[in-house]
Design a protein around this ligand. Structure first.
Ligand code: ATP
Ligand code: MG
Length: 356
């Protein structure tokens, strides 16, 4: 097995939190597992927090579908000197936990959960999932059992909401769907409860559309019930924003070498910048394997189609380097078989190369 690239080893040993972001399907989940395994091999005690809608990799790794991290049994052949615990967040479970966490009492939590609007809200509104991912991230980063927390995020339109979250009113105010949930409370602060409910009813049209809940009155009282839950969001959001700004928190934007993916990656790094976060590294996934690209550099005429692909990869890397000057760039080759087992994924980590 090849050594880890020193730049990768350095990234893994100097980070306390690694957040992987990127468009749908570019390889965020694969990369997060790969990096988590490499760090565990190198002796770190790693917690991996995944929000993988596909759940395929989780199943393959025997990852628990639970918000509480459980240690994975790692194969001896991997020579792991550290440990890896993994947790996987699920929408409904997250919403329940959020209500339990922030409701003023168990009785109120139970009333919220028995509410007719609750089922729709808990399965259709993704805001709490992102919120909970950040809250979990916070817990894991403060947990002395772990030296490194790796956070895999959902595809980027959600991930960006998720970044906005700790910033905006330390919570939700500018966010599409959750705006509908929160604005009535903001108004309530100024206008008093009676006026709020009528304003809320107007605004609830939006929620009704998303959730399929048509009983607006019923939703308005649901909102009154969960007010304290939402207050809890704001407090947690501020702390998380501080964690995300620590120098030992590293954002890695994952992409592939196509023009549209490159635009997507630039969009993500711009959004990061706007929220005051720095992109530490860009990882270009699914590159030609090194032996192939080396051979092509020596003799491009031997395989013109591949040579064209290599030229495209080089151009993408150059574009990203120019656009985001202070980020490291890494390349990850495409493997013949989808990497699905621990040892495959670990081997993949050893193929990550710093790009120059
Ligand atoms: N380097 C690679 N070589 C071969 N297959 C890969 C590689 N990276 C990822 N894949 C495959 O591509 C698919 C998408 O990868 P993955 O699930 O990691 O992407 P994702 O960005 O997490 O997707 P989503 O946005 O849906 O969460 C998976 O089937 C995975 O096995
Ligand atoms: Mg994924």
């Amino acid at each position: 097995v090849a050594e880890l690239d020193p730049a990768v080893a350095d990234l893994l040993s100097s980070s306390r939190v690694i957040v992987l972001l990127g468009a749908g399907g570019v390889g965020k989940t694969t990369t997060s597992v790969t990096l988590a395994l490499a760090a565990a091999q190198a002796g770190r005690r790693v917690a991996l927090l995944s929000i993988d809608p596909a759940k395929r990799l989780a199943a393959a790794l025997g990852m628990p579908l639970s918000g509480t991290p459980k240690p994975l049994v790692l194969p001896a052949a991997g020579g792991f000197r550290g440990t890896l615990a993994a947790a996987m967040l699920d929408q409904k479970e997250v919403f329940d936990a959020m209500v339990r966490r922030h409701a003023p009492s168990e009785a109120v939590a139970l009333r919220i959960m028995a509410h007719p609007a609750y089922k729709a809200a808990s399965t259709k509104l993704s805001g709490p999932l992102e919120y909970m991912a950040l809250a979990k991230l916070q817990d894991l980063a403060n947990d002395p059992q772990y030296d490194l927390v790796v956070l895999d995020t959902p595809p980027d339109d959600h991930a960006l909401d998720f970044l906005a979250r700790p910033n905006i009113l330390a919570g939700f105010a500018d966010n599409k769907v959750m705006t509908w949930l929160v604005r009535p409370f903001l108004i309530a602060g100024k206008l008093g409860l009676g006026r709020m409910l009528s304003a809320g009813e107007k605004l609830m049209g939006g929620v009704a559309k998303v959730t399929g809940v048509t009983a607006l009155h019923s939703f308005a009282d649901f909102l009154v019930l969960i007010q304290e839950v939402i207050d809890g969001f704001h407090l947690a959001g501020e702390k998380t924003a501080a964690l995300l700004r620590q120098p030992s928190t590293r954002f890695i934007v994952v992409t592939i070498a196509t023009r549209s993916a490159t635009r997507g990656a630039l969009h993500v790094t711009d959004a990061l910048r706007r929220f005051g976060y720095r992109t530490a590294a860009l990882l270009i996934n699914r590159l030609l394997p090194a032996p192939v690209s080396d051979a092509l550099r020596r003799d491009p005429a031997s395989a013109p189609v591949l040579a064209k692909r290599l030229a495209g990869e080089t151009a993408v890397s150059a574009t990203l380097a120019t656009a985001i000057k202070d980020a490291q760039r890494f390349g990850l080759p495409e493997t013949e078989r989808e990497p699905a087992e621990v040892l495959d994924l670990l081997a993949l980590a050893h193929q990550i190369r710093a790009l120059t």
